[in-house]
Design a protein around this ligand. Structure first.
Ligand SMILES: [Fe+2]
Length: 445
């Protein structure tokens, strides 16, 4: 403990008043601008949020996540700060922490430069004794008063190396933040899979399905982005579009904007089916049922439809060879009833099952039914949103670790295809896990 106190006292001597004044001025400016931006964003209708605006907002939210947590704690436990108070607390705390880190860094830099200077003077320039003993403050003063001989070249070279290192680190950090919070979250790609299904009717050979999932329209994801994704999805000319949940982040406030953002798909006369995800049950399920009904999109809550092989249209009762498309409700926020979804379906008929949460593939009740399922299509895990070199995906919302993070996974009884999804949850970040539209081609086995 005494050494820590000594280190802090030593650090205190290295803090320059001018540095603190500049950082404080910067801090006040950033808090003012950030609070204004946060307030303006909160009071803007979700449909009116542009992509540049959303990118800026997500960048600030990502960089000031600690401030956001502090503002939430204040709102929930101390005082209900409103639309203006929340961003104020968030930016005050967030930038405050960053300002302290910056002052600390500047002090460390001064200390390091002084240490190097003492070493260089001692070993290479045969300095006067008082220079060595006096430490950093005296050395800096000596430079400014010019009463001493110029510092040896090696000192300025080391100082330059130190500053260059710090500059490069800052640039790398800024590049990383730009990629993770601004660019990659909206750099959607198409992931293509071809899956063989036993007993697939000949007329459905090569049938193409597009899955869109986890759009999470809300504070992190603007409706305008989902509309762009829907335009790209319909440009793939799918035979069927599958929507697998988490259309909004929470509440019914963004439901209309979210479903309306699928307009390019809904207006294309392509069969569309949907299931709900866990976030849809956070106060939005009733509104979503209403909206899907308004657009004529069948919502499969432990139900099924049949993709007719001859016409490639969806039927409630098969009229000939067909593919059964069943949908389960959400695994954690509602109840999956596979026996109801597939009740009475001919055992010889191939079937795919939509279920938001891939963990359902390991559900003991589902497995106990022994029902034939050829493929499950899921979302929910978002690929973990962040995949680190060597460490993999640190956070995956699944009971099975990263098994169901993304891609084609062998479940205990059938394969599960997990889409990384379109939007983001909780933290507005994606790194090394870009959002994706999943395109699935079925072929006969
Ligand atoms: Fe999700």
């Amino acid at each position: 403990m005494p050494s820590l106190v000594h280190a802090l006292a030593r650090l205190r001597t290295l803090v320059r008043g001018r540095d603190v004044a500049v950082v404080a001025l910067l801090y006040v400016l950033l808090v003012a601008l950030g609070t204004w931006e946060g307030y303006a964003f909160t009071t803007t209708l979700p449909e009116a949020v542009s992509m540049p605006r959303q990118r800026l907002h997500n960048l600030l939210d990502g960089l000031l996540l600690h401030g956001r947590i502090a503002a939430k704690l204040v709102r929930e436990r101390v005082y209900h700060v409103g639309d203006l108070g929340f961003p104020l607390v968030m930016h005050a705390v967030g930038w405050g922490v960053h300002a302290c880190v910056l002052v600390f860094f500047l002090a460390c830099r001064r200390g390091l430069v002084a240490w190097w200077t003492r070493r260089a003077l001692g070993s290479e320039a045969a300095p006067q004794p008082e220079h060595v003993a006096a430490g950093a403050a005296t050395v800096a003063m000596a430079q400014s008063t010019q009463t001493l001989a110029p510092l040896p070249r090696v000192v300025s070279r080391r100082r330059m190396l130190l500053d260059a290192g710090a500059g490069l680190t800052t640039l790398a950090g800024a590049g990383l933040a730009y990629d993770a919070f601004v660019y990659e979250p909206f750099a959607v790609r198409v992931a293509r899979y071809t899956i063989a299904i036993k007993g697939l009717p000949k007329q459905l050979e090569g049938v193409r399905m597009v899955q869109l999932t986890d759009t999470h329209v809300g504070r992190r994801v603007p409706a305008v982005y989902v509309r762009q994704v829907a335009e790209r999805a319909i440009g793939l000319r799918p035979d069927v579009v599958l929507l697998t949940g988490d259309y909004v982040h929470s509440g019914e406030g963004h439901v209309q904007a979210s479903i309306a953002s699928f307009a390019p798909v809904l207006g294309a006369k392509v069969p569309v089916v949907a299931v709900l995800g866990n976030h849809d049950f956070y106060g939005a399920d009733k509104a979503l049922r209403r909206e899907f009904a308004r657009y004529g999109v069948p919502l499969l809550e432990n139900g099924r439809l049949f993709l007719d092989a001859a016409t490639r249209t969806l039927l409630e009762v098969p009229a000939g060879p067909a593919l059964c498309i069943a949908g389960l409700s959400d695994y954690t926020e509602d109840r999956i009833i596979p026996a109801k979804a597939l009740a009475g379906v001919d055992e010889a008929m191939p079937r795919i099952v939509l279920c938001h949460n891939p963990d359902a593939a390991e559900d003991a009740t589902l497995l106990a039914t022994g029902l034939r399922i050829d493929l499950m299509l899921s979302g929910h895990t978002h690929g973990g949103q962040v995949r680190l070199p060597l460490l993999g995906t640190p956070i995956v919302p699944s009971k099975f670790g990263s098994k169901y993070a993304a891609g084609l996974v062998a479940g205990p009884a059938f394969p599960v295809l997990v889409c990384r999804g379109i939007g983001m949850s909780i933290i507005p970040v994606r790194w090394n896990v870009p959002p994706e539209i999943l395109e699935l081609t079925l072929v006969g086995a």
